[in-house]
Design a protein around this ligand. Structure first.
Ligand code: SF4
Ligand code: SF4
Length: 471
């Protein structure tokens, strides 16, 4: 008798949530046709199959070999009671401190982007008071001691009438890097705002929404053609030498053919320290969103980046050990001699895997340790520069400045935020991009905040789920 064989390899079990009712459900992770699939079943809403990676080898390597012991926050803020993800946070079950924390200072915005996960817009008029923003900043400091990165966010934070005081309050606290997350509309119109930001000094960085070099994609993502706005905002930041990261929300079939061009464009601007690519998630306004049509997995983004750029090879784009399921990073060194990606700094003979032609950084323990540190540099190019300097001591093939500065480091970060479709309890517990609750008593993973805690969701969606979990 010949036994029937499954058409997939069963890899592991997982815990997810139903994308319809948000209840915790069991799931399986399987490999099929070179893809990683999450298969879950809700007793009420039936089965759902979700693609979570299109590169089994990278996904397994990230999960199994790019791990490090979790770094805890100084304090937890909620007890573990109903079970994850209904106890945020951070509760004692969480496995990573806040590498980057958002402080949302307003819900108001001068745009109404179809993809806005915060559902911000002109009609929303909520501004947090300076006193309550200071309490939120204090909550981050109490949780982290010296927070790596705090991002002043919104809504559109530059519209807050007390922006100057908010930035001063953030800069006055022991925060290593303060970022301003902006759509650039004010910066484009007011060069003097860029000058004010420049005066904040080296611990400050602009996180400029960028998305695309094409008008059609901008209209799709933002509702209006912002080409001119983005270029003028960037020119003003560049004029004032304000360290800037370009942030691109990626939507399949809309701007995922532009990654290489955006990297090349970013390299032309001396003030730009890197690009962050964030595939769209199912959260907030999300007008007309279709999970099957619009979502991109992290490995799909990585594949497109490598296909579209001459700057980075696949081996340069590595999992970030704090949260390898959701974040990948590629470093390049920018010097007078040009742009050198990480693999360009390493003697391949040193690292060739026995019998293969794949560069593996894991082969050399000291190198791998320093690589893990370099990749764990929060989200700031400042720390990245310091840790990349340490890493370069291991790399005998490159003449690098012993002290790297901001201007020498260029980073591409791929950051995926889980939603109700690809939710995986294992990955959410390692989330390191957090947001301070407006009540200033809690700090939550951005993903669970959007799913269960933002605005009215804690009362309308989470409360019944907690009741269900308690029974
Ligand atoms: S996501 Fe983290 S903070 Fe939230 S309930 Fe789970 S372990 Fe706790
Ligand atoms: S995504 Fe940003 S710019 Fe767009 S509406 Fe939301 S807060 Fe405003």
């Amino acid at each position: 008798m010949t036994r029937a064989v499954r058409d997939h390899v069963f890899y592991d079990t997982a815990v997810s949530i139903c994308a319809t009712c948000f209840r915790r459900v069991e799931a399986k992770i399987v490999f099929q046709d070179e893809r990683v699939l999450l298969r879950k079943r809700c007793p009420e809403h039936g089965p759902e199959e979700v693609l979570i990676a299109d590169d089994v080898e990278y996904w397994r390597r990230a999960r199994e070999r790019f791990l490090k012991p979790s770094e805890r926050p100084l304090a937890f803020h909620t007890p573990t009671r109903f079970g994850c993800p209904y106890d945020c946070g951070l509760c004692p079950d969480h496995e990573q401190h806040s590498c980057l924390t958002l402080v949302e200072v307003t819900d108001h915005c001068n745009l109404e982007c179809p993809v806005c996960y915060a559902s911000s817009g002109p009609e929303r008029r909520g501004y947090r008071s300076l006193a309550s923003i200071e309490r939120m900043l204090d909550a981050v400091v109490a949780s982290e001691g010296e927070p790596d990165v705090v991002q002043i966010s919104g809504g559109e934070p530059t519209l807050h009438p007390e922006l100057r005081s908010i930035l001063a309050a953030a800069m006055a606290r022991p925060i290593r890097h303060v970022m301003l997350n902006t759509n650039g509309v004010r910066l484009a119109a007011e060069p003097e705002l860029a000058a004010e930001l420049a005066a904040l000094g080296p611990g400050f960085e602009a996180y400029l929404q960028f998305d695309s070099l094409e008008a059609g994609a901008l209209v799709d993502l933002r509702g209006v053609d912002l080409t001119d706005v983005r270029t003028r905002a960037l020119a003003n930041l560049n004029e004032q030498r304000v360290s800037t990261t370009l942030v691109c929300t990626l939507k399949k079939g809309v701007n995922d053919h532009e990654l290489g061009r955006i990297v090349d464009f970013a390299l032309e601007w001396p003030c730009v320290r890197g690009v962050t690519f964030q595939p769209i998630q199912d959260a907030g306004r999300n007008a007309g969103f279709s999970a099957a049509r619009d979502r991109l997995t992290l490995t799909e983004v990585r594949r497109r980046l490598v296909e579209q750029t001459d700057v980075f090879r696949a081996e340069d784009v590595l999992p970030v050990p704090c949260n390898p399921d959701c974040i990948a990073m590629a470093y390049a060194l920018k010097t007078a001699a040009g742009v050198t990606p990480l693999t360009g700094m390493i003697d391949p003979e040193l690292l060739l895997e026995a019998g293969g032609n794949t560069i593996t950084f894991e082969g050399d323990r000291e190198l791998h340790g320093k690589l893990v540190r370099a990749l764990s540099s929060g989200h700031s190019t400042g720390d990245g520069a310091r840790r990349l300097s340490e890493l370069l001591c291991c790399l005998p093939t490159i003449e690098a400045p012993t002290e790297l500065g901001y201007e020498n480091v260029f980073r591409v970060i791929l950051m995926r935020f889980l939603d109700a479709h690809d939710f995986d309890l294992r990955a959410i517990k390692k989330s390191c991009v957090h947001v301070v609750h407006p009540d200033a008593t809690r700090i939550l993973p951005l993903e669970t905040y959007n799913l269960f805690y933002r605005d009215d969701l804690e009362r309308t969606r989470l409360a019944p789920l907690r009741e269900w979990a308690a029974t």
